[in-house]
Each structure stands twice: as structure tokens, then as C-alpha cells.
Design a protein around this ligand. Structure first.
Ligand code: CA
Length: 251
């Protein structure tokens, strides 16, 4: 644990403290800026990850064909194209978790990254320890075994077959649509579920027009989850796109 600065030391220590399950995890780092990829790749290797750098979309495709990684970290602006192109290809054919690395801090770019199936995003410049913590969180979520018909996300439990739900130890008294909404969101913890997907999954696959009914049910569901409407912790609004279920506690 020799480190060049006390801050790096503390970051490394905190990352180790939070989880030590990085051993052997193959990380494909798609990033063309060597000033970012090389030190970050070294940091990953020091923590037990097995990093591989691809400096372009073409190199990334070669690496992916060679050996499937456990997770992909993907820059948006690459010399031979847009990282989102690769993200779409990956999502169309695999479930490999993805974290977008973006220099563009605007909300719209972040949302577009998540909408095409990225599990998380990080805005550059980033601290290596923070990204490693995100990698571990994404992997933990993607590996969480779910008993058939039962969803557990943080302190929320949903028994789909019995149509019962709990937050903490407390059973929730939900209407049919509120239950369906919670179950749909809890099925994709940490991911944005678009308004369109919620409408078609929970209401009617042929719905069109207003999604006001969604907002009405969402407000009621949040209230029953004990959320503060001004600062919800469990169900986040991703403005203009949809909602994200963020597991709170017991995770
Ligand atoms: Ca770039």
C-alpha cells in the first residue's frame, strides 16, 4: 500500500475496505487518451482487476471477440466513432455490464448513455478509487442471485408470485398498478426505466398519448414507500426519460 500521496492512500484504503471482490475481474477499458487509460489501468491492476485497454472502437471489437470481459468501461468520443455505437452493439447481443466514461457533463449525454443500456456513468476527470467502487457496485448488482419470482433491491423486497412487497420489515399496502410499477422498477435496480417502457409494461403494450396516469401512480407509490417527495431516495426521476430504482440500505 505504498502510495505517492496521502489522498491516494486513503482512496485506495477506502476502496479496499468497501469490497475486496476485484480479483480476476476482467475490465475492458475503451479509452483513447493514454494519459487516462494508462494510469487507470495500472490502478486497476494494483487492485487485482485484469485490465485491457482498447484505444478505438476497432480495437474494442477485436478485444471483445477475443475474450468476453466481465465489465466494459466505455469512452464516448473515440477516434473512429462514438462509444454509444459500441454500447448499442453490446446491448443487442450481451448482458455485459457497462459504465460510460464521459467528458461531456451535460445531463442529456448522461441520460442517453443510460438509455441505451449503460449501467452507470462517470464524468471525467474521475478518481480511480471512485470508478473502482462503481465497478464493484455494478458487478454486485449484476451478480445478485434472485430467487424465482422474488426481487430484493436494498431494503425493498418484492414477492411477484404472492404480489406482496415490503420496505424494511414493513409490508406495503399497494394497489395493483402500484405493485406492478414497483416490481418493474425493482427488476432493474440502478437502471433507468423509460416512461414508455413503464407504460407498455404496466399498463398496455399498445398505449399512446398521455403518461399522466404514470405520474399519479408514481406519486402514490413513493408516498407508500415513505419517500420525501422533495428528495426521494429510492425512486429517482430522470427528467424527460423515466425513473431509476436506487436500492437504499441492506445492499
Ligand atoms: Ca476520447
Amino acid at each position: 500500500m505504498c502510495s505517492s500521496s496521502p489522498i491516494t492512500f486513503i482512496q485506495t484504503w477506502v476502496a479496499r475496505l468497501s469490497d475486496s471482490s476485484s480479483d480476476g475481474v476482467r475490465v475492458l477499458l475503451v479509452e483513447d487518451e493514454t494519459s487516462i487509460s494508462e494510469p487507470f489501468s495500472n490502478a486497476l491492476a494494483r487492485e487485482g482487476f485484469v485490465p485491457r485497454i482498447a484505444a478505438s472502437l476497432a480495437e474494442a471489437r477485436v478485444a471483445l471477440a477475443d475474450e468476453a470481459p466481465d465489465i466494459v468501461l466505455l469512452d464516448l468520443m473515440l477516434p473512429d466513432g462514438d462509444g454509444r455505437e459500441l454500447a448499442r452493439e453490446l446491448r443487442a447481443s450481451t448482458q455485459i455490464p457497462m459504465i460510460m466514461l464521459t467528458a461531456r457533463g451535460s445531463e442529456i449525454d448522461r441520460v442517453v448513455g443510460l438509455e441505451i443500456g449503460a449501467d452507470d456513468y462517470v464524468v471525467k476527470p474521475f478518481a480511480a478509487a471512485e470508478v473502482m467502487a462503481r465497478i464493484r457496485a455494478v458487478l454486485r448488482r449484476s451478480r445478485q442471485p434472485q430467487a424465482a419470482g422474488r426481487l430484493t433491491a436494498g431494503d425493498v423486497r418484492v414477492d411477484v408470485a404472492a404480489r406482496r412487497a415490503w420496505r424494511g420489515g414493513q409490508e406495503l399496502s399497494l394497489t395493483r398498478k402500484e405493485f406492478d410499477l414497483l416490481a418493474r422498477l425493482a427488476r432493474s435496480p440502478g437502471q433507468v426505466v423509460t416512461r414508455e417502457d413503464l407504460m407498455s409494461d404496466v399498463w398496455d403494450e399498445n398505449w399512446f398519448g398521455s403518461t399522466k396516469t404514470l405520474d399519479v401512480h408514481m406519486t402514490a407509490l413513493r408516498r407508500k414507500l415513505g419517500e420525501d417527495p422533495a428528495a426521494p431516495r429510492c425512486i429517482q426521476t430522470v427528467r424527460g426519460v423515466g425513473f431509476r430504482f436506487d436500492p437504499v440500505g441492506e445492499d
